[in-house]
Design a binder for this molecule. Structure first.
Ligand code: ARG
Ligand code: ZN
Length: 863
């Protein structure tokens, strides 16, 4: 059942219009679909429609005539009508069972409401249809449901009729004037409170905005609404793109497989990315709400108006839309801090993926289950690929390319190739070699050697890329590398560059194409230091021959935030790695630089917080040949303690100074909280730490401060640890998103008894295998982020994860499959751990009835 990109064929039939009627009840839903088909080829192919195994076919007619049983065949995946005319109306009635749909795909019931999730292939669980993104049709949708239980009835587009029916039922009819693929269809019926607002577009169109949430949550929806309005304005200003319908609806549901879904005119969101108030959400949560609201809004043009020809092109809409939401957040808050967040996520999720058995190109060549390709590679590396084009051609030309892309392809289903061609045509650049970013998997590695003599600096850059599954040999990539220079006083300078480089303000753009590139800078003053990989201009790993002294200098003075932060990270990693290898640095350069950064009161406190944060255990693990999770943990904790004790007085002094003032969500306050809570983490390991942590925990008037303290409590063995943790649960037990955090902090605990704690939490009455947020809050947090606990010797962490995967899979294959990846990362572990992980994968594969989703990933992971 592998599907290949090379086998793509256009559909045999087009659909001009579809009219759907949903009669919804808790005992079941009846769906009547009337679809107008038109033959696309001169052949006499049968009509083959996609359709899943969970629905019952009740009746079928062609042009009003019921079909004889011999005229069609139904299987678990398709309906075939053996002979049809060139144009006809197919009427199909199906019966669904949304209340027992725990897969959360197609039409399902969540917290008393009906909703849908059709991307990628959920529509085939609603009716028989060509469920592929290149079939675009106009939809008319009638919804019928009991008025008292389901007062709100929504679908895509504009509401054209509504009224009451007999038996306490009512109905609404929605019409979407824009032809769309089935994955963008949506329906919601339920009891919601609504936050209403409006937006006037640049051309003067009035758009009604609604955010539907559970009645108790209305007071947590204002930030999402404000974010939506900011997104609409931003897309007009930056990309000249306006909203195109009279109404934009967002509905928040608590059972959702992903973050949110960009259905035309009716976004369905995970509550996690809508609801936020200072009492319940952290500063990071607020930022994620804004980012995801923006992301789904931006899809209206990059995804909906211009959509994908087939699912291999997923990054066409996702990579581009992630790039757009990253730019949006950068413009709303701090560009440099946003870049650090994005780089961290890329390294944590995508570099890990790219170096393991699940590595795949941004545009995959084959799949078994498309839902397994909603990955960090398609999304985040895809966004980096777009960003590199932006860097190579500059913002203005990139905008021209976007205009060309949208102008050419509006209303069509296209490919990644079409996007690159538009960018080439707008810029005049030759992106032939650049296209390898779409087809080759793996993270390229740059080795930079800098030599200086008589004022000429020679840069030799070697690029390579390790083999990935199915791709033993890699060709060299075309990529932008931004570099800069600082003179000995730390001021930016722009020495002459010969051929092959171009100064753009303070940074020089170097284009790499060959396995080895050499560049020369002339008239470089004595004592100048080079700053490499500015802005993280390409998604690569980079090594260089800069000294500790040079890194410390960059950490203190570099005007490029990424390069400055990366210098700090590398300096810390060097100190760390030498300690792990039993050669403690007596005069650690990082310790000195830490001392200096901590006392820096000029720099943005949020950035200082970043400089003071040690690389994570996972970051450090990526730098080791053989991964020693316990060793990493031990040495890192030791280093934290050393830094804390050496700077205790100043840490407490600065913490105390920052721990004042009233709560506010403005950027300056967010920045101060970020620094304050980093300082508290260092203070927490000092002898008097408990008092500071407990005081902040009890006095906090916002969730950022409360969670920061709670996490430190959970790590600790303070006396009243358990009591305070229980108290938090009692206070917040009715708020699901806060209780998710309560599960997560425990899953992330640094204590040695974390696995036992996590095992117990599965038995907790508030744990549920059916709610994806709850599963992720415990299981993903533990297995993906808590390296030391997951790899605890004996293999208990692996067995736990395997068991969770099987349990969740019985309800929800998509969410179960998202848990598999950590079990495939055995390559750099010791032989015992390696075997234990493979045993766990085998154990899963030997279970009967495992889903295709989970099987595909386990099979790949075990190889
Ligand atoms: N298109 C959505 C987004 O990124 C993701 C939904 C995908 N859902 C799925 N079940 N695979 O905005
Ligand atoms: Zn998306």
């Amino acid at each position: 059942q592998e599907i290949f990109l090379k086998d793509y064929q256009p559909p045999h039939f087009w659909v001009d219009e579809i009219s759907l009627c949903f009669n919804l009840g808790e005992k079941g839903a009846r769906v009547t679909a009337e679809t107008k088909f038109r033959r696309n080829s001169k052949t006499d192919n049968a009509l083959v429609l996609d359709g899943g195994p969970y629905m019952a076919l009740e009746s079928i007619t062609v042009d009003g005539t019921p079909l004889d049983e011999r005229a069609y065949t139904v299987s678990a995946t398709a309906l075939t009508v053996h002979s049809v005319p060139d144009q006809f109306l197919l009427k199909v009635v199906t019966k669904l069972d949304p209340v027992n749909n725990t897969r959360l795909e197609g039409l399902y019931h969540s917290s008393g409401n009906f909703c849908t999730q059709c991307e990628a292939q959920g529509f085939r669980h609603i009716t028989y249809y060509p469920d592929r993104p290149d079939v675009l049709a106009k939809y008319t949708v009638r919804i019928e449901a009991e008025q008292s239980k389901f007062p709100v009835l929504l679908s895509n587009g504009n509401r054209v009729a509504e009224g009451s029916m007999s038996g306490g039922y009512h109905y609404a009819v929605w019409e979407d004037p824009y032809p769309k693929p089935s994955y963008l269809f949506a329906l919601v019926a339920g009891d919601f409170a609504c936050r209403n607002d409006h937006f006037v577009t640049a051309s003067g169109k009035h758009v009604e905005l609604n955010i539907y949430v559970a009645p108790d949550d209305l007071n947590k929806s204002d930030y999402a609404m404000a974010s939506l309005k900011r997104s609409m304005k931003w897309d007009e200003e930056v990309f000249g793109l306006e909203y195109d319908l009279d109404i934009y609806n967002i509905v928040a549901v608590s059972d959702f497989n992903m973050g949110a879904m960009e259905n035309k005119g009716l976004n369905v969101f995970n509550t996690k990315y809508v609801l936020a108030s200072p009492e319940t959400a952290t500063d990071a949560d607020f930022s994620h709400v804004e980012g995801v609201i923006g992301h789904e809004y931006f899809h209206n043009w990059t995804g909906n108006r211009v959509t994908c020809r087939d699912w291999f092109q997923l990054s066409l809409k996702e990579g581009l839309t992630v790039f757009r939401d990253q730019e949006f957040t950068s413009d709303m808050a701090s560009r440099s801090l946003k870049r650090l967040d994005d780089v961290r996520i890329l390294r944590l999720l995508q570099f890990t993926e790219d170096s393991g058995p699940l590595a795949h190109p941004v545009r995959p060549e084959k799949y078994v289950e498309i839902n397994n390709f909603y990955t960090a590679t398609v999304y985040n590396k895809g966004a980096e690929v777009i960003r590199m084009m932006h860097t190579l051609m500059g913002a203005e030309t990139f905008r021209k390319g976007m205009d060309l892309y949208i102008g050419r392809h509006d209303g069509h289903a296209v490919t990644c190739e079409d996007f690159v061609v538009a960018m080439e045509d707008a810029s005049g650049l030759d992106l032939k070699q650049f296209r390898l970013w779409y087809s080759q998997a793996g993270t390229p590695h740059l080795k930079v050697n800098i030599t200086c003599s008589h004022g000429t600096a020679k840069l030799t850059i070697d690029q390579s890329c390790k083999p990935t599954p199915g791709q033993p040999d890699k060709k060299p990539y075309h990529m932008p590398l931004l570099v800069g220079w600082l003179d000995s006083a730390g001021n930016p300078i722009c020495p002459n560059i010969g051929a092959g480089g171009k100064w753009l303000k303070e940074s020089c753009l170097l284009e790499l194409k060959s396995p080895r590139e050499v560049f020369e800078f002339m008239d470089v003053p004595e004592g100048a230091v080079i700053s490499l990989h500015r802005q993280f201009s390409a998604p690569v790993k980079l090594d260089h021959n800069l000294s500790d002294k040079e890194l410390a200098f960059l950490m203190a003075y570099d005007s490029d935030a990424y390069a400055r932060w990366e210098a700090a990270q590398q300096l810390a990693s060097r100190q760390f790695l030498s300690e792990v290898n039993g050669k403690p640095l007596i005069d650690g350069a990082f310790e000195k630089a830490f001392h200096f950064a901590l006392r820096d009161e000029e720099t943005d406190p949020a950035f200082v917080a970043e400089l003071l944060t040690l690389p994570s255990e996972i970051d450090l693990g990526q730098k080791m040949q053989t991964l020693d999770p316990a060793g990493i943990h031990q040495v890192r904790e030791k280093l934290i303690k050393k830094l804390a004790l050496e700077n205790k007085e100043y840490l407490i002094k600065r913490y105390t100074k920052l721990n004042t003032g009233v709560y506010s969500l403005d950027q300056t306050s967010v920045a101060k909280r970020r620094l304050k809570n980093i300082l508290l983490a260092y203070i927490s390991v000092c002898p008097e730490g408990a008092t500071y942590v407990e005081t902040q925990f009890k006095a906090a008037d916002n969730m950022t401060d409360r969670m920061a303290a709670l996490q430190l409590l959970v790590h600790s063995d303070y006396e009243n640890r358990q009591e305070l943790l229980n108290g938090f649960y009692e206070t917040w037990h009715s708020n699901a998103l806060v209780i998710d955090k309560w599960f997560s902090v425990q899953a992330l605990s640094k204590r040695s008894d974390t696995v036992e704690m996590v095992l117990k939490l599965v038995e907790h009455p508030s744990f549920s295998f059916k709610n994806p947020n709850r599963v992720r809050s415990l299981v993903s947090a533990f297995s993906m982020l808590n390296q030391a606990a997951f790899h605890i010797s004996g293999g208990a962490g692996y067995r736990f994860l395997a068991e969770m995967i099987v349990k969740v899979d019985a309800y929800n294959p998509q969410t179960a499959a998202k848990l598999v990846a950590p079990l495939g990362r055995w390559q750099r572990l010791n032989a015992v751990a390696m075997r234990q992980m493979q045993e766990s994968l085998k154990w899963i594969l030997n279970k009967p009835n495992i889903s295709d989703d989970v099987r595909e990933l386990c099979l790949k992971s075990i190889e």
